[in-house]
Ligand binder design. Structure first.
Ligand SMILES: Cc1ncc(COP(=O)(O)O)c(C=O)c1O
Ligand SMILES: N[C@@H](CCCC[NH3+])C(=O)O
Length: 419
């Protein structure tokens, strides 16, 4: 079932033609389907009854309305900054359902998280443990902690988004984990509640997750033998989605396989931190063709969205399907779909074949995760609006930035001081 389907030759999101949204909100524009987000959430939740917990990875799409939808469904949230904590709370998420990951938590972020009484910190180093313990002691509270352990498992994904290898900056090496737990167990201002790992993103096989789980369970056993019993094991996010021809395991299969490994651990709750699997295919980026252009060797479809709006193709050579929103009889063009940014790497798709003419509306698919969230004002381009569709309703959930927004917060200095 897809919430993005063609009716009468026009691509719709739920009940609304994307042409109508382009007229109403302009282009470029991100469009999300509420029903698609809910469906993906429910696919996880069906296999994760309490005390298991699904903590949506806010970094994938942190729009307040997206967080609100998930908060209303009772989601937990995986955050990586003070800003993400603030967003979750603003959207109605509960502090106790927040897990705070990230390799470089600052003093201010730790203090803020403790003051808000978040669920737990996923601690990534010995130095961070000391910092959290000291701040908690200062605030006269107890910090609930898990350690993010690096299980040294190859996630078989793009090197930029693999995080669970020994060479990566994330987590505590497995060999050091026991010693770090022992040390934490003696600190009065921290309470050990779990263990955590995240081996990478856009995984399309179940096996690396199971390998990581097996290694984490060895640690769980070793800790139990020393009297350190954990309440939960957080296996991170990372389940992949279909962008082109990838075949990631269905959510239910992946979860059943994980639970099967945990049958001997009835008191250990499973936590997960999926981001992409919940929102990627719930969003498209709408963009208008400005010009068709050809040089002697190549055709270019120049569109009004660029790498500042959707960075993934430029950064990871990531593939996003790109389709004409309205069935077209225009001549077929094979070439690159490129944006207006002054970078050769500014493309949304390469070597694509499309029936397309200037003025056509295109949809860049699977853009709900790490799309707007990674956008910027590069080239002083205002960032696009975000729209959430629910049935026949469309809500503007973030306004298009204006030309004033691209310099908001900057100030000129008095001319005399520059001489
Ligand atoms: C600690 C942590 N948790 C969860 C995620 C979410 O990953 P994904 O969007 O691939 O599910 C990430 C990003 O890779 C992460 O670094
Ligand atoms: N930003 C990446 C995923 C990284 C996940 C964060 N650890 C992407 O667009 O695929």
């Amino acid at each position: 079932m897809s919430e993005f389907a063609i009716h009468d030759g026009v691509l719709h999101v739920e009940e609304i033609p994307l042409t109508e949204l382009a007229t109403r909100f302009g282009t470029p524009c991100y469009v999300y389907s509420r029903a698609a987000i809910v469906r993906q959430w429910e696919a996880f939740q069906a296999h994760m009854p309490a005390p298991h917990k699904v903590c949506y990875a806010v970094k994938a799409n942190s729009n307040l309305a997206v967080l609100q939808v998930l908060a209303e469904l009772g989601a937990g949230f995986d955050v990586v900054s003070g800003g993400e904590i603030a967003r979750v709370l603003r959207a109605g998420g509960l502090a106790k359902n927040i897990v705070f990951s990230g390799v470089g938590k600052s003093d201010a972020e730790i203090r803020y998280a403790l003051e808000q009484n978040i669920g737990q910190f996923n601690v990534e180093s010995d130095a961070e443990l000391d910092r959290i313990a000291a701040i908690a002691a200062d605030l006269q509270c107890t910090a609930r902690i898990s350690f993010r352990v690096n299980p040294d498992v190859d996630a078989k994904t793009h090197p930029y988004i693999a995080t669970g290898l020994e060479a990566n900056k994330f987590g505590i090496p497995m060999q050091d984990a026991l010693a770090t737990y022992r040390r934490a167990a003696r600190l009065p201002s921290v309470e050990i509640v779990g263990a955590d790992c995240h081996i990478g993103s856009q995984l399309t096989e179940t096996q690396p997750f199971l390998d990581a789980l097996d290694r984490m369970l060895v640690l769980v056993d070793a800790l139990a033998a020393e009297g350190i019993s954990l309440k939960h094991l957080d296996m991170g996010g990372g389940l992949g989605v279909t962008y082109a021809d990838e075949t990631p395991p269905p959510i239910g299969h992946y979860l059943q396989a994980m639970h099967a490994r945990l049958v001997d651990y009835p008191d250990l709750a499973l936590y997960l931190e999926p981001g992409r699997a919940i929102v990627a295919n719930a969003g498209v980026l709408l963009t208008r063709v400005e010009y068709l252009k050809a040089n002697r060797s190549k055709h270019f479809v120049m569109v009004d969205a660029g790498m500042n709006d959707l960075l993934r193709p430029s950064l990871y050579q990531a593939h996003h399907d790109i389709v004409n929103v309205v069935a077209s009889n225009a001549p077929e063009v094979t070439g690159d779909i490129v944006g207006p940014v002054c970078e050769t790497g500014d493309f949304l798709g390469q070597n694509r074949t499309l029936r397309v003419a200037a003025g056509d509306l295109l949809a860049v698919k699977s853009a709900g995760a790490y799309g707007f969230a990674m956008s910027s004002n590069y080239n002083s381009r205002p960032r696009p609006p975000e729209v959430m569709v629910a049935g026949e309703q469309a809500y503007l959930i973030r306004a298009r930035e204006t030309l004033d927004d691209v310099w908001r917060g900057e100030t000129l200095i008095p001319i005399s001081d520059t001489q």
